[in-house]
Design a protein around this ligand. Sequence first.
Ligand code: GDP
Ligand code: MG
Length: 359
Amino acid sequence: MLVGLNEQNELPPHVAAPSPTAPHGPSGLGGGVGVDRVPGLGHSGGGSTLLGYIGIDTIIEQMRKKTMKAGFDFNIMIVGHSGLGKSTLVNTLFKSQVSRWSSGWGSEHKIPKTVEIKAVSHVIEEGGVKMKLTVIDTPGFGDQINNENCWDPISKYINEQYEKFLKEEVNIARKKRIPDTRVHCCLYFISPTGHSLRQLDIEFMKHLSRVVNIIPVIAKSDTMTPDEKNEFKHRVRKELETHGIEYYPQNEFDDDMEDKNENDKIREAMPFAVVGSDKEFQVNGKRVLGRKTAWGVVEVENPNHCEFALLRDFLIRSHLQDLKEVTHNIHYETYRARRLNDNGGLSDVKVMCQFPLTL
Ligand code: GDP
Ligand code: MG
């Protein structure tokens, strides 16, 4: 069940304390040409002549302020069978106990009879920017003897979030900012067997890659030697290709050559072989997150030890916004178009819009 946070992230009607000359209204640049004085910019010329500064570049600062005020939603789903280190990895990623099930694993851990969907939300703040992070766990996935169609509840959950968003969108009195519960990214944990993907891995990714951004990762990679790891990664990539499984970042959605070059490098390095831990150790006088073994500490953030840092940088520092955009522009759009077509409108969407929808 989704643990709802209050909606404190709603955009207030007037964002930021506007300067007397700052453009107002949703168009942002609407009346901006008359700017003759933008405080604090310190550019040469003062902008009062016809050839002077207009201030278009302040849009970046305006957007930054709005984002800071409003915060943003990021929803990440974790899938893979029990004990693969899903909860630990998410906690390592966000440096906190964001997954409720992090510490409870052990002899008492009960394996659910069917796949459950559990979403927990947290607000994380860094540098004045608020992120409402929702971690959607799927305990029970892959744990049964017969795992046939065990992705059904997961796929249903993903579609339900699209439906929720769609209903909000067509509401006459729709919210200025629709709460976004759509799954932006699904981390799929592959067991570090060193052999090949299981049938279930293939089936899951095949079905779900059409509706959500799948990022496959090799779990607990500290259990493999570097050679085994590289060979396994290579094999997994080949198998994904053979089965036509498109994981994120999908080739077809590269924006331009620069994007393609950057994403090619990422695709060649995937699936990232990760290690998670919430324990700190002292290594060369520094405290690091790691796993202590008889031979030393496996440092989670050390790129020579595993690819956790690569995954973290990719997921959060370079592609977070893109994950949200692909979810909205591709996956949600596909759902929305299908839904509108199927229904010849939105007959069973409760609150009807009286105006034609702009598609
Ligand atoms: P989940 O069931 O997939 O959520 O798995 P947990 O995160 O609860 O972890 C299961 C067990 O594996 C715990 O004892 C963790 O300490 C351990 N574990 C988690 N991540 C790793 C890892 O990267 N490597 C190793 N060797 N063990 C891990
Ligand atoms: Mg767990």
